[in-house]
Design a protein around this ligand. Structure first.
Ligand code: ZN
Ligand code: ZN
Ligand code: FE
Length: 760
């Protein structure tokens, strides 16, 4: 007896277009002798299959298990269908879709197959710097509109040669419908220029570039999501010149090495870090330095870590293959401006920095900086979530209306929501100059278009002067919801952990506008998605000189000392009092007394700065968070002692900084090492905040603690608090999908706005 043939319709949602999904389905259907068809739809991919029930079952099981590496399935729906007697299995070519809900793939590192071909002298794409296939290559940065098809990408300027076209048309080929498919005959190519835009005459631009780098030259390198500035990381002179020209005095510079073995020469790579390094997202991973090493000390001064990544484009592989231990690969911009993506723009803005330009003629439509991650307390922590991850959404546990959330001021990202997807943009930057603001506007327009989202609500920060706030206020005919900064931080962590209801939220950062007009940043909130109350916070101290007190932590030190011991602090034996002009110190005290340009702050970030300055670690910073970072890096790991701590209870709990400051001062007077003081300070915060959580649990009956805010980039504090709170039987939630810093705040704003508008 022959078995009865049956038919099924399979609908698959998620990132299933432009990732080789249909060829995969085609091959799978053939393996199980199934007939029918597969097509892209507005929602994803739809398959009609008919054949023997057993085979259909095997096919359905393999579908999620064996799908292509870049696919990300969010849903599979199966229906019974009448048998239509298909004779074979075919791929139906996509028609223009009216509704676009399909997720877009991020840019992905060159795959192993392509890399093998790249270095195979018999392959027709031998040493071709733009080799790619459906499993790898550029996506998000070259897409101008949807659906994802070649004419809607920056590859539209290149007509495929017959050989490439044949690959593109062959369902059995790895390059079937690989939109950026190309070869040296028909695709983009590279050229080398000097900084006066004269073409360097050479038959081998890559070899020449490697030679120039070895001689200490600075090369602007056009990559995937923008330009890099590259120098040989072992050449101290070159690194220093780069820093000077880029006006980037001390911030760590990222490195790129050919493979993990190269990285092991100068850093200690743990297995979990190796996994991140070789992942197709290819982020910059923070790894502990290994002493001794040959990398220039100026790459990451005052830091225990190097930020390292592996090559992610074929061009990177070809260049790194010339025998560098590592290249410095820092973003191609001047100081805090957005990175260059366009050739003309790069020559204009980078000519004073770079000696040479290795450029190509495949346009980048949307810039995307390198992502930065670190492994802490068993999870991946994003410092910057950008290339490789964007635009994969954060999946929410509920549907919410279309919302545009504008983010904060520093490390800005925006967030657009659709159903249960929250699309965080790539890193936009600090919204402090016109260039970055333009990029902010461009990103909003671009993402709304490619994701087809018309927001009904706009969410933005409470700060009246942020550019993002002004932008939101200018928008017409849209519901506006203003969100307090620290509330947004907590809700951001709740959203990515898919939790609802009330929580205890530890929201620790440098700066955020409070509901009382003061500068908050050491906040323990009792919060749900809609509202919050301030259960505890650091007691206010003045910031003499306002923003200047962020750049010059010695000012905060003076403020904390004056607050703790009054005028007696002049007599203390602290290195700070010798390092800073006493006249200047008196001016600060005068400003505090007269309340001139000295806003009040409860910021934990500032307390870190103040302690760093009192310990003599750093009086001025070159970038945000530098003093706090150096204080953390300095900490020894064997101190269990804590300083006295105390809070007074009136209108919530106000945590006094006085006992901690006095404790540090006393240790300094006794010549206790900075490393010990730093560790003791961290231990104090951990003990004190977990005590406070205990008190708040008694008051409110809440047992879930959420950790968010830029201070949680501090891995000592994050790890210590998670351990301490879990020991006390709290359920602890922290960030592992979006940054704890302001780069993740737009996600929280979106969810608060949905809750305030009664849409969730
Ligand atoms: Zn590939
Ligand atoms: Zn070709
Ligand atoms: Fe913040």
């Amino acid at each position: 007896m022959t078995e009865v043939r049956v038919a099924r319709k399979v609908e698959i949602n998620g990132i299933v277009q432009g990732v080789g999904f249909r060829p995969f389905v085609y091959q799978l259907a053939n393996r199980y002798d199934l007939k029918g068809e597969v097509a892209n739809t507005s929602a994803g991919v739809a398959i009609h299959i008919e054949g023997l029930p057993n085979n259909i079952e095997s096919f359905s099981k393999d579908l999620p298990r064996k799908c292509p590496p870049l696919a990300h399935i969010t849903e599979i729906v199966l229906h019974e269908e009448p048998v239509r007697d298909f004779k074979d299995f075919t791929i139906v070519i996509s028609r223009e879709q009216t509704v676009m809900t399909t997720l877009i793939s991020p840019d992905v590192a060159v795959c192993d197959d392509c890399r093998r071909e790249l270095f195979d002298s018999h392959d027709r794409r031998f040493e071709y710097p733009f080799i790619n296939c459906t499993n790898c290559g550029p996506r998000y940065t070259i897409i101008d509109d949807m659906p994802y098809d070649r004419p809607k990408t920056s590859m539209k300027h290149f007509t495929m040669c017959p050989t490439c076209q044949a690959e593109y048309d062959d369902p059995a080929n790895r390059r079937f419908h690989a939109q950026p498919n190309a070869c040296s005959e028909c695709g983009p190519h590279i050229e080398l220029y000097d900084n006066t835009r004269q073409k360097v005459a050479t038959p081998k631009p890559l070899e020449k570039t490697a030679e120039l780098l070895k001689q200490g030259g600075i090369v602007a390198l056009k990559g995937l999501g923008g330009f890099h500035l590259a120098v040989d990381a072992e050449n101290g002179q070159a690194v220093e010149t780069l820093r000077k020209r880029k006006l980037r005095e001390e911030k760590p510079l990222a490195l790129m090495s050919y493979d993990v073995e190269c990285i092991r020469r100068f850093a200690q790579v743990q297995p979990q870090e190796e996994k991140l390094l070789i992942s197709p997202q290819r982020p910059i991973v923070l790894v502990l330095k290994k002493e001794p090493h040959s990398i220039s000390e100026t790459v990451a001064p005052g830091n225990r870590y190097f930020g390292v990544m592996l090559p992610y484009t074929p061009l990177h592989y070809l260049l790194l293959n010339y025998g560098f231990t590592a290249l410095v690969m820092t973003s191609g911009n001047l100081s805090e401006e957005p990175i260059c993506i366009d050739n003309d723009d790069a020559f204009k803005r980078l000519s004073a920095i770079a000696d040479y330009f290795l450029i190509h003629n495949r346009d980048i439509y949307l810039r995307s900086d390198d992502s930065i991650v670190r492994k802490t307390a068993g999870a991946t922590r994003f410092i910057r979530r950008s290339r490789g991850y964007v635009p994969i959404p954060v999946f929410l546990n509920k549907k919410i209306p279309p919302i545009l959330a504008c983010g904060a001021e520093l490390k800005n990202t925006i967030c657009l929501t659709k159903d249960n997807n929250a699309f965080l943009s790539q890193h936009i930057g600090d919204l402090e100059n016109l260039e970055t603001y333009d990029f902010f506007l461009l990103t909003i327009r671009h993402m709304q278009r490619i994701l087809d989202i018309q927001p009904e609500i706009i969410a933005f920060d409470l700060h009246p002067d942020y550019l993002s706030t002004r932008y939101a206020r200018e928008q017409q005919e849209i519901q506006k919801v203003q969100v307090q900064h620290h509330h947004a931080h907590i809700v951001s962590a709740m959203a990515e952990n898919q939790i609802d209801g009330s929580v205890i939220g530890l929201s620790f950062d440098g700066t955020g506008y409070g509901t009382d007009g003061n500068i908050w940043g050491g906040e323990i909130l009792v919060a749900d998605m809609k509202k919050f109350s301030r259960a505890a916070h650091l007691a206010y101290v003045p910031m003499p000189g306002s923003a200047a007190a962020i750049k010059e932590p010695w000012r905060m030190a003076v403020s904390y000392l004056y607050d703790a011991v009054g005028s007696d602090f002049y007599d203390l034996d602290l290195p700070l009092l010798n390092a800073v002009d006493s006249q200047k110190i008196k001016i600060m005290v005068g400003m505090v007394d007269k309340k001139v340009n000295s806003p009040l702050t409860s910021s934990l970030g500032r307390l870190f700065d103040g302690i760093a300055a009192i310990c003599g670690i750093r009086y001025k910073v070159a970038f945000e968070g530098q003093a706090a970072m150096e204080l953390e890096m300095m900490a020894s790991d064997n101190v269990k002692d804590v300083y006295d701590y105390e809070w007074k209870t009136a209108d919530g709990h106000q945590i006094l900084t006085r006992p901690i400051i006095c404790g540090v001062v006393k240790d300094m007077a006794q010549g206790i090492a900075q490393a010990v003081i730093s560790c003791k300070f961290h231990q104090t915060l951990i003990r004190m905040f977990s005590d406070l959580c205990e008190v708040i649990r008694k008051e409110n009956g809440l047992n879930r603690v959420v950790l968010s805010g830029g201070v949680f980039q501090n891995s000592l504090l994050l790890t210590g608090l998670i351990n301490a709170l879990e020991k006390r039987k709290f359920k602890v939630f922290s960030h592992s999908k979006v940054p704890a810093n302001d780069g993740g705040i737009s996600l929280g704003q979106a969810l608060v706005a949905a809750a305030v508008a009664d849409k969730i």
